[in-house]
Design a protein around this ligand. Structure first.
Ligand SMILES: [Fe+2]
Length: 181
């Protein structure tokens, strides 16, 4: 399940209801999926063939279809990141810059873990959402954020898009973020 670290206050939220309430208050969509449809052999693998990715999408098809219908997504794919990913250091450097998109950014974690750093509403400041397998999150359009790996540096995630061609990162220069710990 997701946990939260609030950078301004040092507060950690681990209680499921508290995490859900915090995310809702910050207008972040969050839910948790049952991953039992994913073949067992793929639940702990981070180097995936195209066939493996298709098998993950098939295993999650009911949840994907429901989410797509309710929120308007028309396309989805699977990404896998680990130390085996070519240019992983370069990718992480690029990832860890605050940015925005003109559509929301959805990630369903299928294996491993990842962290979204998100600018909260009002005076909340930035907070980290640590996601593990089954967690599904959507960062709203125009909401500053970035995604990065956790210490284990392994994640498989499903991405869903309303319009993949419009899914471009726009840098968001924020002095308040630079001052964060
Ligand atoms: Fe993004």
């Amino acid at each position: 399940m997701a946990t939260i670290f609030v950078r301004n206050t040092g507060e950690h939220l681990q209680d499921e209801a508290a995490v859900a309430a915090f995310l809702s208050a910050n207008e972040i969509f969050y839910e948790h999926w049952d991953l039992s449809g994913i073949p067992g052999s793929l639940r702990d693998r981070f180097e995936l063939s195209d066939a493996d990715k298709e098998a993950i999408l098939l295993g999650l098809s009911d949840a994907i279809d429901r989410l797509a219908k309710s929120r308007g997504y028309v396309k989805w794919d699977v990404i896998a990141l680990s130390d085996a990913t070519p240019n992983i250091e370069e990718l992480l450097t690029k990832f860890e810059q605050v940015h925005t998109h003109t559509e929301d950014e959805v990630r369903a974690i299928a294996a491993g873990s990842g962290t979204f750093v998100i600018k909260g509403q009002g005076a909340t400041g930035y907070f980290d959402v640590h996601l593990t397998a089954g967690d599904v999150i959507s960062v709203p359009e125009y909401n500053p954020h970035f995604f990065t790996l956790t210490k284990t540096r392994q994640v498989v995630a499903v991405r869903l898009f309303i319009d993949p061609s419009g899914w471009v990162a726009h840098p968001f220069i924020d002095p308040a973020f630079a001052a964060a710990p």
